[in-house]
Design a protein around this ligand. Sequence first.
Ligand code: GLU
Length: 518
Amino acid sequence: MTMKEVRTRFAPSPSGFLHVGGARTALFNYLYAKATGGKFLLRVEDTDRDRSTEASFQIILESLKWLGMDWDEGPGVGGPNGPYTQSERLPIYQEHTDRLIKENKAYRCFCTPEELENKKKQAESMGIPYLYDGKCSNLSEAEIQEKLSAKQAYTVRFRIPNKIVIVDDIIQGKVKFESKLIGDFIIVKSDGFPSYNYAVVIDDALMSITHVIRGVGHLSNTPRQILIGEAFGFPIPQFAHVSEIVGADGKKLSKRAGATSVLAFRDLGYLPETMRNYMALLGWTSPDGREFLPDEELCKLFDIARCSKSPATFDVFKKLKEEEKESVDFNKLDANGLAEYLNPKSKLNWMSNKLIRDIPIARLGKEMVPFLQESKIPNEYKSGEHPKLLEILDKVRVYLDRLLQAPPYIEEFFLEDIQFENEEAKNLVLEGNGKLVAKGFYEVIKNANAVSADDFSAAFKTVGEKTGEKGKTLFMPIRSITTGKSHGLELPILFSLLGKEQLVKRMDKLATQLQIDL
Ligand code: GLU
Protein backbone atom coordinates (compact mmCIF):
# COMPACT_ATOMS: atom_id res chain seq x y z
CA MET A 1 0.00 0.00 0.00
CA THR A 2 1.41 3.39 -0.89
CA MET A 3 1.30 6.09 1.76
CA LYS A 4 -0.92 9.03 0.92
CA GLU A 5 0.97 12.22 0.12
CA VAL A 6 0.96 14.66 3.02
CA ARG A 7 -0.76 17.92 2.10
CA THR A 8 -0.74 20.84 4.52
CA ARG A 9 -2.01 24.36 4.17
CA PHE A 10 -1.67 27.78 5.68
CA ALA A 11 -4.97 29.60 5.58
CA PRO A 12 -4.61 33.19 6.78
CA SER A 13 -7.45 35.68 6.93
CA PRO A 14 -6.20 38.91 5.35
CA SER A 15 -7.32 41.21 8.13
CA GLY A 16 -3.97 42.41 9.47
CA PHE A 17 -0.27 41.72 9.14
CA LEU A 18 1.38 38.34 9.61
CA HIS A 19 2.50 38.15 13.21
CA VAL A 20 4.89 35.70 14.80
CA GLY A 21 2.13 33.30 15.86
CA GLY A 22 0.75 33.11 12.32
CA ALA A 23 4.19 32.83 10.80
CA ARG A 24 5.02 29.95 13.15
CA THR A 25 1.82 28.16 12.05
CA ALA A 26 2.81 28.67 8.41
CA LEU A 27 6.30 27.41 9.17
CA PHE A 28 5.12 24.22 10.87
CA ASN A 29 2.89 23.46 7.89
CA TYR A 30 5.73 24.21 5.50
CA LEU A 31 8.30 22.14 7.38
CA TYR A 32 6.00 19.21 7.89
CA ALA A 33 5.26 19.10 4.16
CA LYS A 34 8.99 19.30 3.38
CA ALA A 35 9.97 16.66 5.94
CA THR A 36 7.43 14.20 4.56
CA GLY A 37 7.99 14.96 0.88
CA GLY A 38 4.48 16.40 0.69
CA LYS A 39 2.91 19.63 -0.52
CA PHE A 40 2.32 22.97 1.20
CA LEU A 41 -0.65 25.08 0.09
CA LEU A 42 -1.59 28.67 0.70
CA ARG A 43 -5.26 29.58 0.87
CA VAL A 44 -6.68 33.01 1.52
CA GLU A 45 -9.69 33.04 3.83
CA ASP A 46 -11.31 36.34 3.03
CA THR A 47 -14.97 35.61 3.67
CA ASP A 48 -15.21 38.23 6.40
CA ARG A 49 -15.92 41.08 4.03
CA ASP A 50 -15.72 43.80 6.67
CA ARG A 51 -12.27 42.87 7.85
CA SER A 52 -10.45 41.57 4.76
CA THR A 53 -8.25 43.97 2.83
CA GLU A 54 -6.03 43.78 -0.22
CA ALA A 55 -3.26 45.57 1.71
CA SER A 56 -3.23 42.87 4.35
CA PHE A 57 -3.18 40.16 1.66
CA GLN A 58 -0.11 41.79 0.11
CA ILE A 59 1.65 42.07 3.49
CA ILE A 60 1.03 38.40 4.22
CA LEU A 61 2.45 37.39 0.83
CA GLU A 62 5.46 39.64 1.33
CA SER A 63 6.05 38.17 4.79
CA LEU A 64 5.87 34.58 3.58
CA LYS A 65 8.18 35.37 0.67
CA TRP A 66 10.68 37.07 2.95
CA LEU A 67 10.65 34.04 5.22
CA GLY A 68 11.31 31.87 2.19
CA MET A 69 8.26 29.67 2.62
CA ASP A 70 7.33 28.97 -0.96
CA TRP A 71 3.97 27.34 -1.46
CA ASP A 72 3.36 24.57 -3.96
CA GLU A 73 -0.21 25.62 -4.70
CA GLY A 74 -1.96 28.90 -4.01
CA PRO A 75 -2.24 32.53 -5.07
CA GLY A 76 0.36 33.48 -7.63
CA VAL A 77 1.45 29.93 -8.41
CA GLY A 78 -1.97 28.39 -9.10
CA GLY A 79 -2.53 24.64 -9.02
CA PRO A 80 -5.16 22.05 -9.86
CA ASN A 81 -7.43 22.83 -6.88
CA GLY A 82 -7.95 26.56 -7.33
CA PRO A 83 -9.08 29.18 -6.97
CA TYR A 84 -7.20 29.52 -3.68
CA THR A 85 -8.98 32.63 -2.47
CA GLN A 86 -12.28 31.90 -0.78
CA SER A 87 -14.15 34.91 -2.16
CA GLU A 88 -13.58 33.39 -5.63
CA ARG A 89 -15.09 30.06 -4.60
CA LEU A 90 -18.67 31.13 -3.86
CA PRO A 91 -20.30 28.89 -6.51
CA ILE A 92 -18.52 25.89 -4.97
CA TYR A 93 -19.92 26.65 -1.51
CA GLN A 94 -23.35 27.34 -2.99
CA GLU A 95 -23.44 23.93 -4.63
CA HIS A 96 -22.53 22.27 -1.34
CA THR A 97 -25.11 24.24 0.57
CA ASP A 98 -27.85 23.25 -1.87
CA ARG A 99 -26.90 19.65 -1.27
CA LEU A 100 -27.02 19.97 2.53
CA ILE A 101 -30.41 21.70 2.40
CA LYS A 102 -31.75 19.06 0.06
CA GLU A 103 -30.57 16.33 2.40
CA ASN A 104 -32.16 18.18 5.34
CA LYS A 105 -28.75 18.58 7.02
CA ALA A 106 -29.03 22.35 6.88
CA TYR A 107 -31.91 24.81 6.80
CA ARG A 108 -32.67 28.42 6.06
CA CYS A 109 -33.11 30.59 9.12
CA PHE A 110 -35.18 33.77 8.78
CA CYS A 111 -34.71 35.01 12.35
CA THR A 112 -33.71 38.67 12.30
CA PRO A 113 -30.47 39.88 13.90
CA GLU A 114 -32.53 41.86 16.46
CA GLU A 115 -34.51 38.78 17.42
CA LEU A 116 -31.34 36.76 17.89
CA GLU A 117 -29.65 39.55 19.79
CA ASN A 118 -32.58 39.71 22.25
CA LYS A 119 -32.43 35.98 22.82
CA LYS A 120 -28.70 36.20 23.40
CA LYS A 121 -29.21 38.96 25.97
CA GLN A 122 -31.89 36.94 27.70
CA ALA A 123 -29.56 33.96 28.01
CA GLU A 124 -26.83 36.22 29.30
CA SER A 125 -29.07 37.73 31.96
CA MET A 126 -29.99 34.23 33.11
CA GLY A 127 -26.31 33.27 33.16
CA ILE A 128 -26.68 30.44 30.66
CA PRO A 129 -24.74 29.95 27.43
CA TYR A 130 -26.65 31.04 24.35
CA LEU A 131 -27.65 28.37 21.84
CA TYR A 132 -29.89 28.84 18.83
CA ASP A 133 -33.35 27.66 19.85
CA GLY A 134 -34.15 25.98 16.51
CA LYS A 135 -37.08 28.26 15.68
CA CYS A 136 -36.59 27.89 11.91
CA SER A 137 -35.41 24.29 11.97
CA ASN A 138 -38.74 22.80 10.97
CA LEU A 139 -40.46 25.36 8.77
CA SER A 140 -42.79 23.87 6.19
CA GLU A 141 -41.95 24.16 2.50
CA ALA A 142 -44.86 26.58 2.08
CA GLU A 143 -43.59 28.82 4.89
CA ILE A 144 -40.13 28.85 3.40
CA GLN A 145 -41.41 29.71 -0.08
CA GLU A 146 -43.56 32.50 1.32
CA LYS A 147 -40.60 34.09 3.11
CA LEU A 148 -38.37 33.69 0.09
CA SER A 149 -40.86 35.37 -2.23
CA ALA A 150 -41.26 38.16 0.32
CA LYS A 151 -37.45 38.56 -0.05
CA GLN A 152 -36.84 38.02 3.64
CA ALA A 153 -33.14 37.85 4.44
CA TYR A 154 -31.92 34.52 5.71
CA THR A 155 -28.89 32.64 6.86
CA VAL A 156 -28.26 28.92 6.50
CA ARG A 157 -27.79 26.86 9.64
CA PHE A 158 -26.23 23.45 10.02
CA ARG A 159 -28.47 20.93 11.73
CA ILE A 160 -26.28 19.53 14.49
CA PRO A 161 -26.65 15.78 15.04
CA ASN A 162 -26.72 14.81 18.68
CA LYS A 163 -23.48 12.99 19.45
CA ILE A 164 -20.13 13.08 21.18
CA VAL A 165 -17.40 14.31 18.85
CA ILE A 166 -13.87 13.19 19.59
CA VAL A 167 -11.04 15.23 18.18
CA ASP A 168 -8.01 12.97 18.01
CA ASP A 169 -5.34 15.62 17.92
CA ILE A 170 -1.69 14.81 17.18
CA ILE A 171 -0.50 17.33 19.78
CA GLN A 172 -3.39 17.77 22.19
CA GLY A 173 -4.45 14.12 22.35
CA LYS A 174 -8.10 13.01 22.41
CA VAL A 175 -10.49 15.84 23.24
CA LYS A 176 -14.24 15.18 23.66
CA PHE A 177 -17.00 17.60 22.76
CA GLU A 178 -20.76 17.23 23.15
CA SER A 179 -22.45 18.44 20.01
CA LYS A 180 -25.62 19.52 21.82
CA LEU A 181 -23.59 22.27 23.48
CA ILE A 182 -22.84 23.76 20.07
CA GLY A 183 -26.31 24.40 18.70
CA ASP A 184 -27.29 24.74 15.05
CA PHE A 185 -24.73 27.25 13.82
CA ILE A 186 -24.68 29.53 10.79
CA ILE A 187 -22.82 28.17 7.77
CA VAL A 188 -23.90 30.79 5.26
CA LYS A 189 -24.25 34.39 6.35
CA SER A 190 -27.04 36.69 5.15
CA ASP A 191 -24.64 38.26 2.62
CA GLY A 192 -24.32 34.85 0.96
CA PHE A 193 -20.75 34.33 2.14
CA PRO A 194 -19.89 31.10 3.94
CA SER A 195 -18.79 31.19 7.59
CA TYR A 196 -15.20 30.25 8.40
CA ASN A 197 -16.15 26.91 9.99
CA TYR A 198 -18.01 25.89 6.86
CA ALA A 199 -15.77 27.06 4.02
CA VAL A 200 -12.68 25.65 5.70
CA VAL A 201 -14.11 22.11 5.64
CA ILE A 202 -15.14 22.20 1.98
CA ASP A 203 -11.80 23.68 0.94
CA ASP A 204 -9.70 21.29 3.01
CA ALA A 205 -11.58 18.37 1.48
CA LEU A 206 -11.48 19.61 -2.13
CA MET A 207 -7.81 20.50 -1.77
CA SER A 208 -7.13 17.01 -0.33
CA ILE A 209 -5.56 18.41 2.84
CA THR A 210 -4.34 15.55 5.00
CA HIS A 211 -3.04 17.53 8.00
CA VAL A 212 -4.55 20.64 9.52
CA ILE A 213 -1.85 22.31 11.60
CA ARG A 214 -2.95 25.52 13.31
CA GLY A 215 -3.11 27.45 16.58
CA VAL A 216 -4.71 25.83 19.61
CA GLY A 217 -7.29 28.61 19.60
CA HIS A 218 -9.01 26.71 16.79
CA LEU A 219 -9.40 23.47 18.78
CA SER A 220 -12.90 24.47 19.88
CA ASN A 221 -13.90 25.00 16.22
CA THR A 222 -12.80 21.51 15.28
CA PRO A 223 -15.91 19.55 16.38
CA ARG A 224 -18.05 21.82 14.18
CA GLN A 225 -15.72 21.16 11.28
CA ILE A 226 -15.70 17.40 11.86
CA LEU A 227 -19.52 17.33 11.94
CA ILE A 228 -19.73 19.21 8.65
CA GLY A 229 -17.11 16.95 7.11
CA GLU A 230 -19.10 13.92 8.22
CA ALA A 231 -22.32 15.36 6.81
CA PHE A 232 -20.65 15.52 3.39
CA GLY A 233 -18.93 12.16 3.82
CA PHE A 234 -15.51 13.80 3.42
CA PRO A 235 -12.37 12.10 4.75
CA ILE A 236 -11.50 13.84 8.03
CA PRO A 237 -7.97 15.30 8.05
CA GLN A 238 -5.57 14.79 10.93
CA PHE A 239 -5.52 17.73 13.29
CA ALA A 240 -2.52 19.18 15.11
CA HIS A 241 -3.23 22.20 17.27
CA VAL A 242 -0.02 23.92 18.27
CA SER A 243 0.47 25.53 21.64
CA GLU A 244 0.11 29.18 22.39
CA ILE A 245 3.09 31.52 22.31
CA VAL A 246 3.59 33.57 25.47
CA GLY A 247 5.75 36.61 26.12
CA ALA A 248 8.47 37.14 28.73
CA ASP A 249 5.72 37.79 31.29
CA GLY A 250 4.21 34.35 30.66
CA LYS A 251 1.07 35.93 29.20
CA LYS A 252 -0.35 35.50 25.72
CA LEU A 253 1.36 37.77 23.19
CA SER A 254 -0.68 40.87 22.74
CA LYS A 255 -0.26 43.73 20.32
CA ARG A 256 1.54 45.74 22.94
CA ALA A 257 3.76 43.02 24.25
CA GLY A 258 5.08 41.64 21.04
CA ALA A 259 2.56 40.18 18.59
CA THR A 260 4.65 42.04 16.10
CA SER A 261 4.59 41.80 12.32
CA VAL A 262 7.30 39.46 11.09
CA LEU A 263 8.38 42.19 8.68
CA ALA A 264 9.49 44.20 11.72
CA PHE A 265 12.15 41.54 12.26
CA ARG A 266 13.34 41.99 8.70
CA ASP A 267 13.61 45.74 9.35
CA LEU A 268 15.53 45.13 12.58
CA GLY A 269 18.03 43.18 10.52
CA TYR A 270 17.43 39.56 11.43
CA LEU A 271 18.01 37.15 8.56
CA PRO A 272 15.11 35.00 7.35
CA GLU A 273 16.96 31.75 8.19
CA THR A 274 17.39 32.93 11.75
CA MET A 275 13.69 33.66 12.05
CA ARG A 276 12.83 30.24 10.68
CA ASN A 277 15.19 28.47 13.04
CA TYR A 278 13.99 30.47 16.04
CA MET A 279 10.30 30.06 15.21
CA ALA A 280 10.72 26.33 14.59
CA LEU A 281 11.77 26.01 18.23
CA LEU A 282 8.64 27.76 19.47
CA GLY A 283 6.92 24.56 20.52
CA TRP A 284 9.08 21.98 18.76
CA THR A 285 12.36 20.33 19.76
CA SER A 286 14.74 18.43 17.52
CA PRO A 287 15.23 14.73 18.30
CA ASP A 288 18.80 15.26 19.53
CA GLY A 289 18.08 18.54 21.31
CA ARG A 290 20.16 20.65 18.94
CA GLU A 291 18.98 24.22 18.66
CA PHE A 292 20.99 25.75 15.87
CA LEU A 293 19.57 24.04 12.83
CA PRO A 294 20.23 25.09 9.27
CA ASP A 295 17.35 24.93 6.82
CA GLU A 296 18.22 21.53 5.35
CA GLU A 297 18.13 20.01 8.82
CA LEU A 298 14.84 21.65 9.74
CA CYS A 299 13.30 20.41 6.51
CA LYS A 300 14.51 16.91 7.31
CA LEU A 301 13.96 16.63 11.04
CA PHE A 302 10.71 18.47 11.66
CA ASP A 303 7.93 16.29 12.96
CA ILE A 304 4.61 17.62 14.17
CA ALA A 305 4.38 14.74 16.63
CA ARG A 306 7.32 16.21 18.57
CA CYS A 307 5.47 19.45 19.30
CA SER A 308 4.74 20.30 22.89
CA LYS A 309 1.38 20.98 24.45
CA SER A 310 2.80 23.60 26.79
CA PRO A 311 3.03 27.23 25.76
CA ALA A 312 6.20 28.33 23.99
CA THR A 313 8.06 31.37 25.30
CA PHE A 314 8.89 34.17 22.93
CA ASP A 315 11.89 35.79 24.61
CA VAL A 316 12.70 38.41 22.00
CA PHE A 317 11.39 41.40 23.92
CA LYS A 318 12.12 42.55 27.44
CA LYS A 319 9.43 42.25 30.03
CA LEU A 320 7.54 45.53 29.87
CA LYS A 321 7.08 47.66 32.96
CA GLU A 322 3.49 48.08 34.15
CA GLU A 323 3.24 51.66 32.88
CA GLU A 324 4.73 50.71 29.50
CA LYS A 325 2.13 47.99 28.96
CA GLU A 326 -0.51 50.66 28.49
CA SER A 327 1.45 53.19 26.52
CA VAL A 328 3.66 51.19 24.16
CA ASP A 329 2.27 49.75 20.95
CA PHE A 330 4.96 47.73 19.18
CA ASN A 331 3.17 47.95 15.88
CA LYS A 332 3.39 51.72 15.84
CA LEU A 333 7.16 51.80 16.39
CA ASP A 334 9.75 51.85 13.63
CA ALA A 335 12.71 49.47 13.77
CA ASN A 336 14.86 51.81 15.86
CA GLY A 337 12.03 52.37 18.32
CA LEU A 338 11.33 48.67 18.56
CA ALA A 339 15.03 47.94 19.09
CA GLU A 340 14.80 49.67 22.47
CA TYR A 341 12.57 46.89 23.72
CA LEU A 342 14.64 43.96 22.50
CA ASN A 343 16.01 41.55 25.05
CA PRO A 344 19.75 41.54 24.29
CA LYS A 345 20.10 38.02 25.68
CA SER A 346 17.32 36.42 23.64
CA LYS A 347 17.79 33.11 21.90
CA LEU A 348 16.97 34.93 18.68
CA ASN A 349 19.99 37.20 19.17
CA TRP A 350 22.21 34.26 19.95
CA MET A 351 21.14 32.48 16.78
CA SER A 352 21.28 35.62 14.73
CA ASN A 353 24.79 36.54 15.85
CA LYS A 354 25.99 33.04 15.06
CA LEU A 355 24.58 33.14 11.56
CA ILE A 356 25.89 36.65 10.87
CA ARG A 357 29.35 35.41 11.88
CA ASP A 358 29.10 32.25 9.79
CA ILE A 359 27.67 33.28 6.42
CA PRO A 360 29.99 34.10 3.51
CA ILE A 361 31.04 37.74 3.69
CA ALA A 362 29.76 38.43 0.16
CA ARG A 363 26.28 37.33 1.21
CA LEU A 364 26.49 39.51 4.31
CA GLY A 365 27.41 42.47 2.10
CA LYS A 366 24.32 41.85 -0.03
CA GLU A 367 22.06 41.52 3.00
CA MET A 368 23.41 44.86 4.24
CA VAL A 369 22.29 46.78 1.15
CA PRO A 370 18.93 48.03 2.49
CA PHE A 371 20.59 49.04 5.75
CA LEU A 372 23.34 51.02 4.03
CA GLN A 373 21.08 53.23 1.97
CA GLU A 374 20.38 55.77 4.71
CA SER A 375 23.81 55.53 6.32
CA LYS A 376 26.46 58.21 6.25
CA ILE A 377 28.95 56.41 4.06
CA PRO A 378 30.06 57.32 0.53
CA ASN A 379 27.65 56.12 -2.14
CA GLU A 380 30.11 53.80 -3.83
CA TYR A 381 30.05 51.55 -0.77
CA LYS A 382 26.28 51.23 -0.64
CA SER A 383 26.05 48.39 -3.14
CA GLY A 384 27.41 46.10 -0.44
CA GLU A 385 30.14 44.78 -2.74
CA HIS A 386 33.10 47.10 -2.26
CA PRO A 387 36.15 45.22 -0.87
CA LYS A 388 36.78 47.90 1.76
CA LEU A 389 33.21 47.68 2.99
CA LEU A 390 33.45 43.90 3.17
CA GLU A 391 36.70 44.18 5.10
CA ILE A 392 35.07 46.48 7.65
CA LEU A 393 31.98 44.30 7.82
CA ASP A 394 34.14 41.28 8.48
CA LYS A 395 35.64 43.03 11.51
CA VAL A 396 32.32 44.29 12.79
CA ARG A 397 30.17 41.21 12.36
CA VAL A 398 31.14 39.39 15.54
CA TYR A 399 29.50 42.20 17.50
CA LEU A 400 26.23 42.20 15.62
CA ASP A 401 23.03 40.56 16.73
CA ARG A 402 21.25 42.02 13.74
CA LEU A 403 22.14 44.04 10.68
CA LEU A 404 20.54 47.32 11.74
CA GLN A 405 23.29 47.58 14.34
CA ALA A 406 26.02 47.67 11.70
CA PRO A 407 25.78 51.12 10.04
CA PRO A 408 26.92 53.22 13.06
CA TYR A 409 30.05 51.07 13.41
CA ILE A 410 30.73 51.19 9.68
CA GLU A 411 30.20 54.96 9.60
CA GLU A 412 32.96 55.40 12.16
CA PHE A 413 35.47 54.00 9.67
CA PHE A 414 34.54 56.59 7.09
CA LEU A 415 34.75 59.57 9.43
CA GLU A 416 37.29 61.86 7.83
CA ASP A 417 37.38 64.87 10.01
CA ILE A 418 36.51 64.28 13.60
CA GLN A 419 34.85 67.17 15.39
CA PHE A 420 33.02 67.81 18.61
CA GLU A 421 29.32 67.46 18.08
CA ASN A 422 28.40 70.29 20.46
CA GLU A 423 29.41 72.26 23.55
CA GLU A 424 27.99 69.60 25.82
CA ALA A 425 30.45 67.05 24.43
CA LYS A 426 33.34 69.48 24.88
CA ASN A 427 32.37 70.21 28.46
CA LEU A 428 32.52 66.54 29.33
CA VAL A 429 36.29 66.86 28.99
CA LEU A 430 36.68 70.42 30.17
CA GLU A 431 34.66 70.21 33.38
CA GLY A 432 35.42 68.46 36.67
CA ASN A 433 38.06 65.78 36.43
CA GLY A 434 37.40 65.32 32.69
CA LYS A 435 40.80 66.48 31.54
CA LEU A 436 42.56 64.20 34.01
CA VAL A 437 40.52 61.22 32.86
CA ALA A 438 41.13 62.02 29.17
CA LYS A 439 44.84 62.41 29.78
CA GLY A 440 44.97 59.19 31.79
CA PHE A 441 43.21 57.27 29.05
CA TYR A 442 45.45 58.71 26.35
CA GLU A 443 48.55 57.63 28.24
CA VAL A 444 47.29 54.12 28.93
CA ILE A 445 46.33 53.56 25.30
CA LYS A 446 49.51 55.03 23.88
CA ASN A 447 51.58 52.67 25.97
CA ALA A 448 49.33 49.65 25.87
CA ASN A 449 49.04 46.89 23.40
CA ALA A 450 45.27 47.07 23.42
CA VAL A 451 43.56 45.17 20.65
CA SER A 452 40.41 43.53 21.90
CA ALA A 453 37.28 44.92 23.51
CA ASP A 454 38.40 43.29 26.77
CA ASP A 455 41.74 45.10 26.65
CA PHE A 456 39.89 48.38 26.37
CA SER A 457 37.62 47.53 29.28
CA ALA A 458 40.77 46.82 31.31
CA ALA A 459 42.15 50.21 30.25
CA PHE A 460 38.99 51.91 31.59
CA LYS A 461 39.58 50.19 34.90
CA THR A 462 43.19 51.35 35.12
CA VAL A 463 42.18 54.95 34.42
CA GLY A 464 39.44 54.70 37.02
CA GLU A 465 41.89 53.54 39.66
CA LYS A 466 44.36 56.27 38.75
CA THR A 467 41.88 59.14 38.80
CA GLY A 468 39.45 57.91 41.44
CA GLU A 469 36.56 58.35 38.98
CA LYS A 470 33.94 55.75 38.16
CA GLY A 471 30.66 55.45 36.25
CA LYS A 472 29.62 58.44 34.18
CA THR A 473 32.46 60.74 35.19
CA LEU A 474 34.87 58.09 33.96
CA PHE A 475 33.13 56.98 30.77
CA MET A 476 31.83 60.27 29.47
CA PRO A 477 35.13 62.15 29.16
CA ILE A 478 36.61 59.09 27.44
CA ARG A 479 33.67 58.91 25.06
CA SER A 480 33.96 62.57 24.30
CA ILE A 481 37.73 62.71 23.73
CA THR A 482 37.59 59.71 21.38
CA THR A 483 34.35 60.32 19.47
CA GLY A 484 33.50 63.99 19.98
CA LYS A 485 30.06 62.88 21.10
CA SER A 486 28.18 62.47 24.36
CA HIS A 487 26.41 59.27 23.37
CA GLY A 488 26.78 56.45 20.91
CA LEU A 489 28.26 53.05 20.33
CA GLU A 490 29.59 50.70 22.93
CA LEU A 491 33.12 52.00 23.42
CA PRO A 492 35.24 48.88 24.02
CA ILE A 493 33.80 47.40 20.83
CA LEU A 494 34.26 50.55 18.80
CA PHE A 495 37.83 50.95 20.04
CA SER A 496 38.80 47.42 19.20
CA LEU A 497 37.46 47.96 15.70
CA LEU A 498 39.22 51.27 15.13
CA GLY A 499 42.51 50.05 16.55
CA LYS A 500 45.02 51.88 18.73
CA GLU A 501 46.56 54.05 16.04
CA GLN A 502 43.26 55.50 14.84
CA LEU A 503 42.20 56.11 18.36
CA VAL A 504 45.34 58.03 19.28
CA LYS A 505 44.98 60.12 16.10
CA ARG A 506 41.40 60.96 17.02
CA MET A 507 42.37 61.99 20.54
CA ASP A 508 45.18 64.19 19.21
CA LYS A 509 42.77 65.97 16.86
CA LEU A 510 40.07 66.50 19.45
CA ALA A 511 42.56 67.70 22.08
CA THR A 512 43.87 70.29 19.61
CA GLN A 513 40.33 71.53 19.09
CA LEU A 514 40.01 71.95 22.86
CA GLN A 515 43.46 73.48 23.07
CA ILE A 516 44.55 71.10 25.77
CA ASP A 517 47.54 68.82 26.12
CA LEU A 518 47.04 65.14 26.64
N1 GLU B 1 -8.45 31.70 8.54
C1 GLU B 1 -8.22 31.06 9.80
C2 GLU B 1 -7.33 31.95 10.64
O1 GLU B 1 -6.67 32.82 10.11
C3 GLU B 1 -7.55 29.73 9.52
C4 GLU B 1 -7.70 28.73 10.59
C5 GLU B 1 -7.39 27.34 10.08
O2 GLU B 1 -6.20 27.11 9.80
O3 GLU B 1 -8.27 26.56 9.93
O4 GLU B 1 -7.30 31.82 11.84
